[in-house]
Design a binder for this molecule. Structure first.
Ligand SMILES: NC(=O)c1ccc[n+]([C@@H]2O[C@H](COP(=O)([O-])OP(=O)(O)OC[C@H]3O[C@@H](n4cnc5c(N)ncnc54)[C@H](OP(=O)(O)O)[C@@H]3O)[C@@H](O)[C@H]2O)c1
Length: 253
């Protein structure tokens, strides 16, 4: 039986970028603690597979294709959920873009806009749509940011900048939504073994340099990031809002 502090029974959790990596681990963990999970990403097949695996394990989940860089797609998702009588109690903004690696002075405006549209506007607009519906019954929002929010990484200036913006957005919404009973927190993952990080993890020279900066001397597995999200979304974190929790093997220490 789930400890009441971590019991999400009766709650609905929307997880963006749930088809693989950290989002997939979050979707499974929240479902395992009783939440009905709405899995979203751009490609429906991946989301269907994760939602199906959750159901096969005895949980409850559904899948929707949503590109978080497309505000009309975000609106359409919430309209679909409204029509189905689904109320989102927990929002995990996790899907992010990092289309460019290299000197910022060589970056195209197109790559800049894609990064900002997904990472900042996507998190912002999804939060707005969820928060409007949390009014009157409360909720919890968890934003997956990055250690880059605190320490800009070489070759990832704009991505790092958007992650810093997400932490500031978390603090702003925490203050604005507290009177509505909505808590807003962020998780700052360090280097994690996913497709997203493959440009770094696939390069032995970069890996060697990065591992020397991480006191635990290894990267995280997605399943090591998800528990922090569960904690922040659960009754165990009832007095926590506006926090940014690093899960980084000590990198920021
Ligand atoms: N891995 C790391 O080292 C690391 C470190 C710090 C922070 N993070 C953060 O952790 C989060 C998850 O990253 P990850 O490492 O788990 O990446 P990942 O394994 O590549 O997974 C990314 C997920 O997001 C979805 N996605 C990508 N772009 C999307 C968009 N525009 N709209 C909707 N869904 C989209 C992908 O599915 P589709 O392809 O179907 O859209 C996939 O489900 C991100 O916010 C990332 O910045 C990662």
């Amino acid at each position: 039986m789930t400890d009441p502090l971590f019991n999400l029974g009766g709650k609905t959790a929307l997880v963006s970028g749930a088809s693989r990596g950290i989002g997939e681990a979050i979707a499974h963990l929240l479902a395992g603690h009783g939440a009905h999970v709405i899995c979203t990403s751009r490609k429906i097949e991946g989301c269907e597979a994760v939602a199906g695996a959750i159901r096969d394990a005895g949980g409850s989940a559904e899948a929707h294709a949503v590109h978080v860089g497309d505000t009309a797609a975000i609106d359409a998702l919430f309209e679909t959920l409204d029509a189905a009588g689904r109320r989102v109690d927990i929002l995990v903004n996790n899907a992010a873009a990092n289309p460019y690696f290299g000197p910022a002075v060589d970056m195209t405006l197109d790559a800049y806009e894609k990064t900002v549209e997904v990472n900042l506007r996507g998190y912002f607009w999804t939060t707005v749509q969820a928060a409007r519906r949390m009014k009157g019954h409360g909720g919890a929002i968890v934003n997956v940011a990055s250690v880059n929010a605190r320490r800009a990484a070489p070759g990832q200036l704009v991505y790092s900048m958007t992650k810093a913006g997400i932490v500031n957005m978390t603090e702003g919404f925490a203050k604005e939504l507290a009177p509505l009973g909505v808590r807003v927190n962020a998780v700052l993952p360090g280097l994690t073994d996913t497709k997203f990080a493959s440009a770094l993890t696939g390069n032995p020279k970069i890996m060697d340099m990065m591992l020397r900066l991480i006191p635990l001397a290894r990267m995280a597995q997605p399943g090591e990031i998800a528990p922090a999200v569960l904690f922040l979304a659960s009754p165990a974190a009832s007095y926590l809002t506006g926090a940014a929790l690093p899960v980084d093997g000590g990198y920021l220490a």
